[in-house]
Design a protein around this ligand. Structure first.
Ligand SMILES: Cc1cc2nc3c(=O)[nH]c(=O)nc-3n(C[C@H](O)[C@H](O)[C@H](O)COP(=O)(O)O)c2cc1C
Length: 175
């Protein structure tokens, strides 16, 4: 059984999470590969899917959303997990006391929840390096409170990512 960890990453943070999940699955004895969704030619060849995207303006990136929509038939009936790399910062709660990871759930979790009945849906803290941002993304950070909402730094929680991957490995081993 081969697990596809398919991802869409604009600046590399989500790619790092996907690579880590694939590595953890391999360490647990699963055959797993991390691939950008745009490069996956025959999704039907995989037996299980862990699919994730960076979140921009509350949404997965287009190529990730399209990958799932276009391959619903290949995914249906197989084990699927969804993840996002989204919020930035170290606080678990936002200024209003709401759970940041919960608030950062992309709309695709709802859209694909029904079609795929994923076994898990998880948001992870992401990373942002202002020096590599494209022009439009840099401008977004310049709006009032932009820097507060999108602070610089690598906030990826490797312990949480490892734990989630270990749970997937266990479920796959259980069949
Ligand atoms: C312009 C801009 C908009 C963003 N919008 C969101 C958002 O709506 N929700 C969120 O959780 N994170 C948002 N982020 C944070 C990114 O999702 C985070 O930096 C992510 O880890 C980037 O992954 P990538 O390097 O794989 O593209 C935004 C970042 C930028 C630069």
């Amino acid at each position: 059984m081969t697990v596809l960890v398919g991802f869409s990453s604009k600046y590399g943070a989500t790619e790092g999470i996907a690579e880590r999940i694939a590595r953890k699955l391999r360490e647990a004895g699963r055959d797993a590969v991390a691939r950008p969704v745009a490069s996956v030619e025959r999704p039907a060849d995989y037996d299980a899917f862990v699919l994730g995207s960076a979140v921009y303006m509350g949404s997965w990136r287009k190529e990730a959303t399209e990958f799932v929509r276009e391959n619903l038939a290949a995914l249906a009936g197989k084990p699927v997990w969804l993840f996002s790399s989204g919020p930035l910062g170290i606080e678990a709660k936002d200024a209003e006391g709401r759970d940041k990871l919960k608030e950062a759930e992309p709309k695709q979790f709802e859209e694909f929840g029904e079609a795929l009945s994923p076994r898990g849906r998880q948001v992870f803290f992401g990373a942002l390096d202002p020096s590599v941002l494209g022009r439009r993304d840099r401008l977004v950070r310049r709006i009032p409170s932009g820097r507060e909402l999108l602070p610089e730094g690598d906030f990826r929680d490797w312990a949480a990512i490892d734990e989630w991957a270990a749970g997937i490995a266990e479920e796959l081993a259980a069949g």
